[in-house]
Design a protein around this ligand. Structure first.
Ligand code: TA6
Length: 269
């Protein structure tokens, strides 16, 4: 695990397994990331909570296992780290195992996590390089579990947007007004979303670049009871807002690079 530190009580912790951010404490010492106390850290199962990197497949949208192999692979720390900046770059490259998978492409994926000097912002930059001559496509998301009281969360940045309702057989729908969380299972892929999203209940500003879609998820009672690695009541303690490139797979020409960014900031309004 890499720990980044900056002003005040700020820190961020990232596991090499999955390049998985598991905490971000702001300068005042508030952890904005939810982690399940029943998460497994066995190097096999994806860690429940934090910010799983879903790549090269989001969800069941393709031939790979749910959310692809990136979150259950061990990434390596990139060589040229600047020890004086609270940041770390982790790298995942194709391997015999991935080349034998149903997504056999040559790639190099990097995740750079940067803690701002004042500790009140954390950014994640995901860079995917096509390391072969032929093109490939992928879907991805930063599956962020934000610590908050889900029953108090109202999201106002999705009005009028189209979404796929995965709590209702994936039916295409349109969002009317605010999303009120904590009343039922919410599992929606919002399409062509705004790049600034406010999680007011948690005092968090979420901004994204080049992630056209965003998933909003809270499993509520029944789905949470079916999760072995989450306490039954913990649906009350988080909302997932997951910037992603999901509905339209990214088509990447040989030798080219795709980049998506997520910046989380304490909302100082
Ligand atoms: O958050 C969107 C989603 O695809 C949900 O459908 C739910 O399955 C969630 O991801 C968690 O997936 P996981 O494989 O981590 O249990």
């Amino acid at each position: 695990m890499v720990t980044l530190r900056a002003a005040g009580e700020s820190k961020a912790e990232i596991y090499a397994f999955g390049a998985h951010v598991v905490s971000w404490y702001d300068a005042a010492g508030r952890n904005h990331i939810y982690n399940s106390p029943k998460a497994l850290y066995n190097g096999k199962k994806a860690i429940r909570g934090g910010i799983p990197v879903c790549f090269p497949q989001f969800g069941p949208r393709g031939p790979l296992k749910q959310h692809g192999f990136a979150r259950t692979s061990t990434w390596v720390i990139d060589d040229n780290q600047d020890a004086f900046v609270p940041a770390v770059t982790l790298v995942l490259r194709d391997s015999a195992e991935t080349r034998a998978s149903a997504w056999p492409n040559q790639f190099e994926t990097k995740l750079t996590v940067t803690l701002a000097a004042d500790g009140d912002s954390l950014s994640l930059d995901l860079v995917v390089k096509n390391a072969q001559d032929s093109p490939f496509s992928f879907t991805c998301a930063l599956h962020s579990y934000f610590a908050c009281t889900s029953e108090s969360v109202v999201l106002s940045d999705f009005a009028q947007l189209k979404y796929e309702d995965n709590a209702d057989e994936g039916k295409p729908k349109a969002q009317e007004g605010d999303i009120v969380m904590g009343k039922k299972e919410i599992d929606r892929v919002y399409i062509s979303t705004t790049d600034s999203i406010s999680l007011n209940e948690a005092g968090l500003a979420i901004s994204k670049v080049n992630f056209p879609d965003a998933v909003v998820w809270n499993p509520y009672v029944e789905k949470t009871a079916a999760l072995a690695d989450m306490p039954d009541d913990d649906w009350k303690k988080f909302v997932c807002i997951e910037p992603g490139a999901i509905v339209e797979p990214v088509q990447l020409e040989g030798g080219t690079t795709w980049r998506g960014s997520l910046v989380l900031s304490v909302d100082k309004k």
